[in-house]
Design a protein around this ligand. Structure first.
Ligand SMILES: [Zn+2]
Length: 313
């Protein structure tokens, strides 16, 4: 499909029901907070508490602004411990590559044997002991490749954490009904129960220095007259990655989820992006057991200078 065909696919079939870019600055709230009702467990102030500040998008992805008032403390704790922890581990190499600051700054990285590390102080610093093959330098291409391991995480929990974000950024409460069953599934602790197959996370990798500043989200809901495409599609971008996934709904009954969906065209394909072409791929997040992959990050450089290690300290 051409970029125009992909754009036309979204325009013909979907309405945008949530969109925004969030980073630092003034806080924005979803819901007015007058009468608190949790959009997940449906409990109100008489049945549960609303003391925590619930981020609609986890802080680790770079959102320090968008707050969801319709999330109770119980659900907030459940989501952060049972789902977002896995998303944190899955996305960490991407956040290191994109230098995304969470609550505690940009995540540091250390290999299990502690002989290699990446730190972000004034300058990003990669330290590696002699004899380790932590990074490879290609002098001709002027590239450094660093191999990062993802910490063990459960893929289906990563998918669920992303769906939780999709549902959190909806402002229009009448849009939530279509996701009632999906919310029930998100709250189910049993990670072996799946409601979507294949559980595919589509990815576009955008080369260059932090193409997306902050975290961008957009949620597309099928137009009323359309029936042969999934009910909702969520796109989230931060640093160098753009992820796209289907948000399941009981309204989808009978729609094949295996349809080859086009990727939402991004500005980096439309404008003259100087750092090269996007790389498209996908992750199967159906797994219910812990996994950890190796991801390579490639940096290009202009020149290499030998310095005394003491001056880095
Ligand atoms: Zn709740």
């Amino acid at each position: 499909m051409t970029i125009d065909e992909r754009l036309a696919f979204f325009e013909k079939n979907f309405d945008l029901i949530a969109v925004g870019t969030h980073s630092r600055g003034d806080k924005h709230f979803i819901s007015d907070g007058k009468s608190r009702l949790c959009r997940f467990c449906q409990k109100d102030e008489n049945e549960t508490t609303f003391r925590n500040e619930s981020h609609a998008i986890p802080e680790c992805l770079g959102n320090h602004q968008l707050i969801l008032l319709d999330e109770c403390d119980e659900c907030n704790t459940f989501f952060s411990n049972k789902l977002e922890d896995h998303l944190d581990k899955f996305t960490k190499p991407y956040r290191i590559a994109g230098q995304i600051a969470g609550k505690k700054g940009i995540p540091k990285y250390r290999t299990d044997n502690k002989k290699n590390r990446i730190e972000f102080n004034e300058l990003p610093t990669v330290k590696s002991q002699t004899g380790e093959e932590f990074f490879l330098i290609d002098d001709k291409k002027k590239e450094i490749t660093i191999k990062l391991h993802q910490e063990p995480h459960i893929p289906i929990a990563v998918y669920k954490a992303l769906l939780k974000i999709a549902i959190s950024v909806i402002k229009e409460k009448n849009e939530l009904g279509a996701f009632r069953h999906t919310i029930g599934w998100l709250l189910n602790q049993d990670l072996t129960i799946s409601v979507i197959k294949p559980t595919l996370l589509m990815q576009a990798f955008v080369p260059g220095p932090r193409p997306t500043n902050g975290v961008f989200v957009s949620l597309f809901r099928r137009k009323a007259a359309v029936s042969n495409v999934p009910y909702a599609i969520f796109v989230i971008a931060f640093g160098n990655v753009i992820f796209q996934l289907i948000v399941p709904s009981h309204i989808d009954d009978g729609v094949s989820m295996s349809v080859q969906l086009p990727f939402l065209p991004s500005p980096f394909e439309i404008i003259d992006w100087p750092y090269g072409d996007l790389k498209f791929g996908s992750h199967d997040l159906s797994g219910t057991e812990k996994v950890g992959r190796e991801l390579s990050i490639v940096y290009s450089f202009e020149q290499m200078i030998e310095v005394d290690p003491k001056i880095i300290e």
